[in-house]
Ligand binder design. Structure first.
Ligand code: ZN
Ligand code: ZN
Length: 668
């Protein structure tokens, strides 16, 4: 059976995951993997954090931490957010691990021995004030290709092009802002020119690739490949396995793709079949598929294949590289420095994952840049997920529970209307599969919602509420509706997996394969329990709050490192106490339900000796919003209220906010 090794670009461990990352690589990869698993394909889904390179060291210098501390912190944060967002890699590794260093050094050594690496001196930016070379992101300036002001030493984020050595216009040292001088330094160069012809033939044969990816890579070849430096004057990274270069390390883009191999090896080790990674990397019938964003194309379609060819170790070359363009936010380019970004961990504090998964899937930048806006997010939730999808499922279930005592029988008599409707669903399911297999998730998610749209139409046309006296017809109509609900639970799984599970749990089914839509019969006996609401409406106020966070005067630094004990970054907000009760067997604790504007939370506060529940219900207090949740007496406490006490804790006063304040208002 064909094997599929699916990778998603290794994210730099210098910040949390944001929506741009999700739309570029992780969500499309996850949709594909979920679908392929439902088709019972042999799929392995691999990723890890990229801990080397200048983004991590710059962050470390900013925060006065070691690069490893920064990398560890963001590795854990990213891993946690991915899981909560439903993205479950088979292995999520770290490039700082010993095994990875070993693998990267091996690649380097092999390429050196095979004659594909050469020592050469080149000019580099050097900051006299900081007394150091300025590799990659340590220098910024104007892109010589597209004139974007803010390009890095090695690459322009705007046009995605790699920037030739010391060719930035008006270069500036990232650390001190001064103009660097140019100084010679010795590096190892990968002789890309030696792969020029082979790469051209290989890329030209990839007629199945997305044209933006193929054209981009071929454009590079057309310009003529030149040797590129694969080492850097840095201390953080993989050591060069050749004596005399102790002050240099491997270029992060040399070792990062090797991270996919390391991560696969780790997985194989973990499942107790240490050689199994080779089946995916070297097997005859294995397909290597790299999901990534536009800025990574050149590294995966030109440099990485050259490395794989050059080490001559029987590695497969990439089978496909379905790269996406960029996602903008509210019409503007994502910028983490200007805080025009939505961090996944922040998002997950305020909303369930599926709404964002759906909204992004509809707006994936598959062929051109696309846009995310909070208003659209609200519309997708309210008008599609709630009004179309949720509504159909809910009305079907309620009807069956009410009119047929939650039970249908298999004695059905399909009329043309029913057959036509089921036929439409079948066709759309088949179409969805084809789209996902060809990385067209946008089209697939459209068909998914269209099934729900058609289902509502069917419900309206057949008017089950008029069939009270025609039990046989009513049974048939509801049977068809329940079948549609069951199929919708299959169709929804790649896009909104948490909701799909909720529906299947309610229907009493699970582990459905994609192709089950062809012949599945619904379970005829439903529970009489109330169906959980799948999507609640999002109010304007909630959306305004999110926009305020990004654009308003209350703009906050989000997604940052609160656990590092930086009190200035704690978010203090007004909260209204909705409910208060004593915690059993804990005479000092009160359990409070509070409203912080965008959501309601439970917190545990040690104030029971000083305040009775009735005295504080309805009052406004001030809470620290962005703390890690803590379990106190078995209850999860999400936040901490501000209170003042004297030294021996005989007196304690809660800090109350004015009654006029609104929950969610920022304080300080
Ligand atoms: Zn550019
Ligand atoms: Zn400097």
């Amino acid at each position: 059976m064909t094997k599929y090794l699916v990778t998603a670009a290794l994210p730099y461990a210098n910040g949390p995951i944001h929506l741009g990352h999700l739309a570029g690589a992780y969500l499309p990869a996850d949709i594909y993997v979920r679908y392929m698993r439902m088709k019972n394909k042999d799929v392995l889904f691999i990723c890890g954090s990229d801990e080397h390179g200048v983004p991590v060291t710059i962050k470390a210098e900013e925060k006065e931490k070691t690069p490893q501390e920064i990398a560890d912190y963001y590795h854990d944060l990213m891993k946690d957010s991915f899981i909560k967002f439903g993205i479950n890699f088979d292995n999520f590794s770290k490039t700082s691990r010993h095994l990875h260093h070993k693998n990267a050094r091996y690649f380097f050594k092999r390429l050196y021995e095979n004659g594909y690496l050469e020592k050469k001196s080149e000019n580099q930016y050097f900051c006299e004030k900081c007394e150091r070379f300025l590799p990659d992101r340590y220098v910024e300036g104007i892109c010589p290709h597209c004139k974007f002001d803010g390009a890095r030493g090695d690459q322009c984020d705007k046009c995605g092009r790699v920037i030739d050595n010391v060719s930035l216009i008006e270069p500036k040292c990232k650390l001190c802002g001064s103009k660097p001088i140019i100084k010679e330094t010795e590096h190892f160069f990968l002789k890309l020119n030696e792969f020029q012809e082979k790469l051209k033939v290989w890329l030209e044969s990839k007629t199945n690739w997305k044209s933006n990816v193929r054209e981009f890579a071929l454009g590079w070849i057309k310009e003529g490949l030149k040797p590129r430096a694969m080492t850097r004057d840095l201390k953080w990274g993989v050591e060069i396995p050749i004596d005399g270069y102790e002050n240099k390390v491997l270029y992060v883009w040399f070792d990062a793709p090797i991270g996919y191999i390391t991560s696969t090896m780790e997985w194989a080790e973990r499942i107790g079949k240490p050689d199994k990674w080779m089946d995916y990397w070297k097997g005859n019938d294995s397909r290597l598929i790299h999901f990534l964003g536009k800025d990574n194309i050149v590294f995966h379609a030109v440099i990485w294949p050259s490395m794989l060819m050059g080490i001559n170790d029987n590695y497969n070359l990439p089978y496909d590289i379905p790269a996406n363009e960029y996602l903008n936010i509210e019409g503007q380019k994502i910028s983490t420095s200007r805080n025009n970004a939505i961090w996944l961990n922040d998002y997950l504090n305020d909303f369930p994952p599926d709404i964002m998964r759906y909204t992004l899937a509809v707006n994936l930048p598959e062929n051109k840049d696309s846009d995310f806006s909070w208003k659209d997010f609200q519309t997708k939730n309210n008008s599609e997920l709630a009004d179309i999808f949720g509504n159909f499922i809910n009305r079907t279930i309620v009807f069956i529970q009410k009119y047929n005592n939650a039970e249908l029988n298999a004695n059905i008599d399909l009329q043309d209307t029913d057959k036509e409707f089921l036929d439409i669903i079948n066709k759309k399911m088949e179409l969805m599969g084809k789209y996902i297999e060809n990385y067209k998730s946008r089209k697939a998610v459209y068909e998914f919602m269209d099934i729900a749209r058609e289902s509502n139409k069917y419900f309206t046309i057949t008017e089950p509420w008029t069939l009270k006296n025609d039990k046989k017809r009513l049974n048939t109509v509801l049977y068809v509706c329940l079948k549609a609900v069951t199929i919708l639970s299959i169709a929804s799984e790649p896009f909104i997996p948490f909701t799909a599970t909720k529906i299947q749990k309610f229907l009493g089914i699970d582990n459905l394969d994609w192709d089950d839509y062809k012949n599945i019969e619904p379970l005829l006996k439903l529970t009489t329990h109330k169906m959980p609401i799948l999507f609640s409406k999002i109010e304007d106020k909630t959306i305004e709050l999110q926009r305020e966070k990004m654009f308003g005067s209350k703009k906050e630094e989000q997604g940052d490192m609160i656990e590092f004990g930086e009190f200035k970054k704690t978010q203090l907000v007004v909260a209204k106490i909705l409910e208060a009760e004593k915690v059993k067997k804990a005479d000092k604790l009160l359990k409070l339900k509070i409203d912080i504007g965008c959501e309601k939370r439970t917190i545990i506060a040690g104030i029971a000796e000083f305040y009775k529940p009735d005295d504080i219900i309805g009052k406004n207090i001030i809470v620290v919003k962005n703390l890690k949740p803590a379990k106190i007496r078995g209850v999860e406490s999400k936040g901490m209220l501000l209170a003042a006490s004297d030294k021996d804790k005989k007196h304690l006063r809660v800090v109350f906010a004015s009654d006029e304040a609104n929950p969610g208002d920022n304080v300080g």
